[in-house]
Design a protein around this ligand. Structure first.
Ligand SMILES: Cc1ncc(COP(=O)(O)OP(=O)(O)O)c(N)n1
Ligand SMILES: Cc1ncsc1CCOP(=O)(O)O
Ligand SMILES: [Mg+2]
Length: 343
């Protein structure tokens, strides 16, 4: 085999192993997941079994012009999601390189690396989906946006206050503008490690690779949304009564919206469901659910006293003079009613 091919295989086997190790550390220490970390470890071990002495001996680090080259994006990562994605990308690229070059002298190695590459794709998809659902389970305050001047400023201020869940809701703007706004909001939310969902529009959610969608009773059925989005994305459903609540859960919603609790100009003409329905949901629902509609800093405790542990708001944050402070206030009130986890 040509020495250059050995060097290519050696370098890319190392690259794939390093990337997997970075992912594995997060699975182990960040997610405490033995299932994900075992899969990383098995992949690393399989890589090692192909990294034979003849390949290692071909290494010529001083003669490698690539050791000095780094991209500015490698120097800084905007968040954990970006870091993980960059490393998955690195592993997948490296496996593809090994797959191609190894075909020159060992077809079995090419086939084995193709298998490994698919295993890494599956791991990536499951891991990112798992992280997303974990983040949802840890989110107690939900900002639903409305078109406003300085939208990005408001959303960023709320993210700085600790917000971890955002829905982009805009009924009237032209699609081209919505697409651009959704792209930028997704980027902003992910920079802060927050989940980004799109109201109503599965196509828009797919176009910007959002974390999922929120669908009302008149929107697309959950089964179709699930087919289009896959199992790893989040699908939320609005409910106004126990029947809708039960159906949404049966259909596989990841969370439900519960409201409007109070009358609200944001959804003018929609009858409020009141606190009775909140009490019913509190007794009967175990998936995440968010009370929504007319909730602000003055009445949030009434909603929490009725049994809500999570709330979604539009005006209370979008119209706030100090969105960071309002977000912090909501989160502090919500923290009071979270079940204590024993250390
Ligand atoms: C969290 C949450 N709950 C309920 C809704 C309302 O959705 P929908 O009934 O489809 O009404 P529109 O928002 O589309 O006007 C929501 N958006 N978010
Ligand atoms: C989208 C939506 N769905 C039920 S109530 C509501 C609007 C809530 O807006 P606000 O928090 O401004 O009352
Ligand atoms: Mg809707």
């Amino acid at each position: 085999m040509q020495p250059a091919v050995c060097r290519i295989l050696d370098a890319n086997l190392d690259r794939a192993r390093e990337g997997l190790r970075i992912v594995e550390e997060w699975c182990r220490f960040g997610l405490n997941s033995s299932q994900f970390s075992d899969e990383c470890k098995q992949l690393r071990q399989e890589l090692a079994s192909w990294h034979t002495l003849d390949l290692r001996l071909a290494r010529d680090t001083p003669g490698d012009p690539g050791t000095e080259l780094t991209h500015p994006q490698e120097e800084q990562r905007s968040g954990l999601g970006t870091l993980l994605q960059a490393n998955f990308c690195r592993v997948e690229e490296a496996l593809r390189v090994v797959e191609e070059y190894s075909k020159l002298y060992n077809p079995k190695m090419g086939a084995a690396f193709k298998q490994m590459r698919y295993r890494v794709y599956i791991l990536e998809s499951h891991l990112l989906g798992y992280q997303r659902h974990q983040r949802l389970a840890q989110s107690y305050l939900y900002l639903v946006t409305s078109p406003t001047e300085g939208l990005f400023h408001v959303v960023e201020a709320a993210l700085q206050g600790g917000l971890s869940l955002v829905q982009y809701r805009d009924k009237d703007t032209a699609d081209l503008d919505r697409l651009e706004t959704a792209r930028q909001l997704r980027q902003l939310c992910h920079q802060y490690g927050a989940i980004f969902l799109v109201n109503d529009r599965i196509d828009l959610a797919l176009a910007v690779d959002a974390d999922g969608v929120h669908l009302g009773q008149q929107d697309m059925p959950i089964a179709i949304a699930r087919q289009l989005l896959g199992p790893q994305k989040i699908i939320g459903r609005s409910t106004t009564n126990p029947e809708e609540m039960q159906r949404a859960i049966q259909e596989g919603a990841d969370y439900i919206g519960v409201g409007p609790v109070y009358e609200t100009p944001t959804k003018a003409g929609k009858a409020p469901v009141g606190l009775e329905y909140i009490r019913h949901v509190a007794k009967n629902v175990s998936i995440p659910w968010f009370a929504i509609g007319g909730i602000d800093v003055n009445n949030v405790n009434e909603v929490l006293n009725a049994g809500a542990q999570r709330v979604a708001v539009v005006r209370a944050i979008v119209r706030a003079e100090q969105p960071t402070l309002v977000t912090q206030y909501f989160l502090a009130q919500l923290a009071r009613v979270q079940p204590r986890t024993t250390p």
